[in-house]
Design a protein around this ligand. Structure first.
Ligand code: C2O
Ligand code: CU
Ligand code: CU
Length: 522
């Protein structure tokens, strides 16, 4: 242990909890834990561009390469690439088809899809469709590794000296997505046990939009006026390489990060669709923004500022699992890692020439900036936001609390980590066997911030600390932003697919340091 680790180490987490709980953060611990975060900031060593100078990239849309057993077949190659993130500099990434973010999938409800992933990276990977209603063998179980093409090392038994096995695939795996789910903003990302944080940080994440006829009929903004916004934070070394404090930078054997960053890795550069603080020209018209917080650990509170005027509101139309029953106005949006907010913003409310800035009110300095819209022209707008959006957001009828899960720091093997009910992730032990079709009330308790994510099906938030949920908890959720020392009740209901799944904290450093649990649907 270095002196820095022993001085700070785990106390940093306690300091973070005290700071966000409004207690004094003075003293030797937690001084650089930003307010509203569980994480520590990495500072870039390379000169950074001025905000709002780089154009907003729009990720390419994935195209089917054929059909397979009646499904649209997509083929994705996971590979390393050098890309320009900071102007004029090259940064090595790992990407789906060598891009960061990966290509956006646009699929249709009821139309099955097969995604064939080929792994040309130097380590095994696992692809997970976050929010997908997916059979277990295609969900991306954290030990269902896709080994690198041509790699014959014995990865199955190399995990911490313990024998843990999944379904190993040599180089290629086909994921079957029946897409029997409503239109929604999903995303896909790496999910390898112990190494998800650094793999996603290097670029293995992309958006997956599911569309359906009911939503198409609403007349919401579309085409160039529908923007996927993948927001995350990163830090860069002096040579413009992505900086991440892995204990084992090869990502082959030793999981986890240096002690100081155990609470979570926060960067000082905000990327939208892989570009630092970009700028985008818009018509004076309504736009639909599908916002994803793809950060490892950073929470954002987003607002739209207008020079000399009041902030512009968001009209929220959807959340993780698709449309809300009805639109609602939000003045700001708090987003934990993994969450999606589907909003409409009306740029005709400001004069042409106005610069509307999406800011992060939780950030300071470079992390307060996110994205700027320049309203450059008047334009015709036939879009609308109907008062009624969806009829299938029926409240689940909850019973009494059936299961409680406590998310807290704790011992993981002989070392420090993050636990659920004092247990570290064990692929062989189910913390809950849940009958398909049954509505259950689950209670989540926390010490610090833990965004809790459940696979297979979306849930509904019932209560926070015994009080009604906040407006932004509305709709079908698969990730809930549980605040420090908070108790959140949710109604879960799994359908259709029996098998082994996980739920976990979506702070990826917490997830990698064992804050994940196995559940079985039966
Ligand atoms: Cu976004 Cu278990 O994942
Ligand atoms: Cu998921
Ligand atoms: Cu957590």
């Amino acid at each position: 242990m270095t002196p820095r680790m022993s001085r700070r180490g785990f106390l940093g987490v306690l300091g973070g909890a005290a700071a966000v709980a409004g207690l004094s953060a003075c003293g030797a611990v937690g001084l650089d834990t930003p307010a509203g975060q569980t994480g520590e900031t990495l500072t870039s060593a390379v000169p950074l561009p001025a905000p709002y100078t780089v154009p907003l990239p729009i990720p390419a849309v994935a195209r089917p390469t054929g059909t397979l057993d009646g499904a649209d077949l997509y083929e994705i190659t996971q590979r390393a690439a050098d890309v320009e993130i900071l102007p004029g500099r090259r940064t090595a990434i790992w990407g789906y088809d060598g891009t960061f973010p990966g290509p956006t999938f646009e699929t249709r409800s009821g139309r099955p899809v097969v995604v064939r992933h080929t792994n040309r990276l130097p380590v095994p990977t696992v692809a997970h469709l976050h929010g997908g209603h997916t059979p277990a063998d295609s969900d991306g179980w954290p030990l269902d590794l896709v080994l690198p093409v041509g790699d014959s090392s014995n990865w199955a038994h190399s995990h911490n000296g313990t024998t843990m096995t999944g379904d190993l695939a040599a180089g290629v795996r086909e994921h079957r997505y029946p897409m029997t789910q409503r239109a929604a903003t999903l995303w896909y990302h790496d999910h390898r046990m112990d190494f998800t944080g650094p793999a996603v940080y290097r670029g293995l994440a992309g958006m997956h939009i599911v569309r359906d006829d009911a939503e198409d009929a609403l007349g919401l903004p579309h085409g160039d006026r529908e923007l996927p916004l993948v927001i995350c934070d990163r830090a860069f070394d002096a040579d413009a390489a992505l900086s991440y404090p892995s204990l084992d930078r090869t990502l082959r054997t030793v999981p986890g990060v240096e002690d100081h960053w155990m609470p979570g890795v926060l960067g000082d550069v905000v990327l939208v669709n892989g570009a630092p603080w970009p700028v985008h020209d818009v018509d004076a018209a309504r736009y639909r923004l599908r916002i994803l917080n793809a950060a490892n650990a950073r929470r954002f509170v987003l607002a739209l500022t207008v020079p000399g005027g009041p902030d512009m509101p968001f009209t929220q139309i959807g959340s993780d699992g698709g449309l809300l029953a009805a639109p609602q106005r939000l003045d700001s949006i708090a987003m934990a890692p993994g969450e999606r907010f589907d909003v409409v913003v009306d740029f005709s409310a400001v004069p042409v020439g106005t610069e509307v800035t999406l800011v992060n009110t939780l950030g300071t300095g470079s992390t307060a900036d996110v994205l700027r819209f320049r309203v450059v022209r008047t334009a015709r707008d036939d879009s609308r936001v109907p008062d009624r959006l969806a009829d299938d957001v029926t409240p689940l009828v909850p019973g009494p609390v059936m299961r409680e899960f406590s998310f807290s720091r704790g011992a993981v093997g002989g070392t420090r980590g993050w636990t659920i009910n004092d247990r570290s992730f064990d692929p062989n032990v189910s913390l809950a066997d849940v009958p398909l079709g049954q509505v259950e009330t689950w209670r989540f308790r926390t010490d610090v911030h833990h965004p809790v994510h459940v696979h297979l099906d979306q849930f509904q938030v019932l209560a926070r600390d015994g009080r009604p949920p906040r407006p932004a908890d509305a709709g079908w959720k698969d990730t809930v932003d549980v605040l420090p020392a908070e108790i959140v009740d949710v109604a879960v209901r799994f359908t259709q697919y029996a098998g082994r799944y996980v739920f976990h904290c979506h702070n990826l450093e917490h997830e990698d340091m064992a804050m994940m649990a196995t559940i079985r649907t039966v």
